[in-house]
Ligand binder design. Structure first.
Ligand SMILES: C[S@@+](CC[C@H](N)C(=O)[O-])C[C@H]1O[C@@H](n2cnc3c(N)ncnc32)[C@H](O)[C@@H]1O
Ligand code: SF4
Length: 353
């Protein structure tokens, strides 16, 4: 597996566990407590974890990341501290107005992944309860236009949940292609480790294709992803809606210890009980999926490089670092020293009170 050989890591950071809408298939209501990630929690993460070219900081979580006003600053800080790291945001797109879009593009975001389930008002609004299709569509049309006009390196991508019908998938992709979007992420609907019932989604059988005990099987999501909640807890998985299966907390525990715990779990296969109810097919197919993405990106880069060499393609400049933001970015000068407001352990503990 290419992704395994390269040591690809994805850090799923929960900028917000609050949300402005209620999707029919989302178990967010089951979270025990909700809030926004603070600067001290994020600084602690950035100063403890060394990130390189094979790492992605993915702001997704269970909640809407654009609700956190610090998100553009978080993205920019990631690029300042770890210039090679890739950044990614998955958003429902409902809040992607002009001001937020500008801030995200200036933050040097690599991938803007917008979840849109529906290609007309009736289907979309019955799934994404509380959202307006017209407004989301206007946000996406603006994003396509601004990225094109400013030659922004940020890549816009639409994701949608897949009901298994290839013709529907092609129709949806065709709809977005006609509006100028050419990147997609198709995700199977699943029960989020038994948190929700999903008629028509992945079934119990999907969790265990080899007929072996699910608990004894490894999980590729666990191996590739590290999930950090808005409170700084490192969980086994974002599908642990009760948030009880913790590997540690970024404020209280040393990162090396958390990583070692993770490796030990993968080695021994000691999974928490909710893993038995996991119906996500990605448990068994994520490395292959990431490999396909890597190969397609490599193909795109080679084609782009050839076009540049031939002088056919304009070079794209990164937007300048906004002065106000870069001045505010704390730089690490020693272990934990970057946490601007004092002792990080105390800060994280205070967050939880
Ligand atoms: C929980 S949301 C958080 C980010 C943001 N609020 C959004 O909707 O894009 C992350 C992704 O999970 C997807 N999702 C939510 N519930 C799901 C389920 N039961 N099965 C598969 N994907 C799901 C959403 O469509 C979204 O793309
Ligand atoms: S927008 Fe995202 S977090 Fe909010 S309810 Fe929908 S899937 Fe869940």
């Amino acid at each position: 597996m290419l992704s395994k050989l390269l040591g690809i890591r994805i850090f799923d950071l929960e900028a917000s566990s609050r949300c402005n809408v209620r999707c029919r298939f989302c178990p967010r209501d089951l979270l025990p407590e909700t809030g926004l990630m603070t600067q001290p929690v994020y600084s602690r993460f950035l100063s403890q974890v060394t990130l390189g070219a094979t790492d992605t900081l993915s702001f997704v979580g269970i909640g809407e990341p654009l609700l956190n006003p610090l998100l553009p600053s978080f993205l920019l800080q990631a690029k300042v501290w770890h210039p090679q790291v890739r950044t990614w945001v998955t958003t429902n797109g409902t809040l992607l107005d002009e001001a937020r879009l500008t801030a995200l593009l200036e933050s040097r975001l690599d991938t803007l992944d917008v979840s849109v389930n529906g290609t007309d008002a009736a289907s979309y609004e019955s799934v994404v309860r509380g959202a307006s299709f017209e407004r989301t569509l206007a946000n996406i049309d603006r994003t396509v236009r601004v990225i094109e006009e400013t030659h922004s390196p940020t890549r816009l991508q639409i994701n949608f949940v897949f009901d298994g019908d290839r013709a529907t998938e092609e129709r949806i992709k065709g709809y977005w292609q006609s509006r100028g979007v050419n990147r997609f992420r198709v995700q199977p609907l699943h029960s989020r480790a038994g948190a929700i019932a999903i008629p028509g989604g992945c079934t119990e059988d999907d969790r265990n294709p080899d007929g072996a005990d699910a608990a004894a099987m490894r999980c590729e999501v666990f191996e590739l992803f590290t999930f950090l909640t808005w409170q700084g807890d490192v969980l086994y998985c974002c599908n642990d809606l009760a948030r009880r299966a913790r590997l540690g907390n970024i404020g209280r525990d040393a990162w090396a210890g958390i990583e070692e715990r993770k490796r030990e779990i993968a080695r021994k296969g000691t999974w928490p009980a909710f893993c038995r109810r996991c119906t996500s097919p990605q448990r068994h197919s994520l490395f292959a999926y990431v490999d396909r993405q890597l190969l397609s990106e490599l193909g795109g880069t080679l084609r782009g490089g050839a076009a540049t060499l031939l002088g056919r393609k304009r070079r794209r400049a990164l937007p300048a670092l906004p002065e106000a933001t870069s001045a505010a970015v704390p730089r690490p000068t020693g272990r934990g020293a970057a946490v601007a407001t004092g002792d990080p352990a105390a800060v994280c503990a205070a967050e939880e009170d």
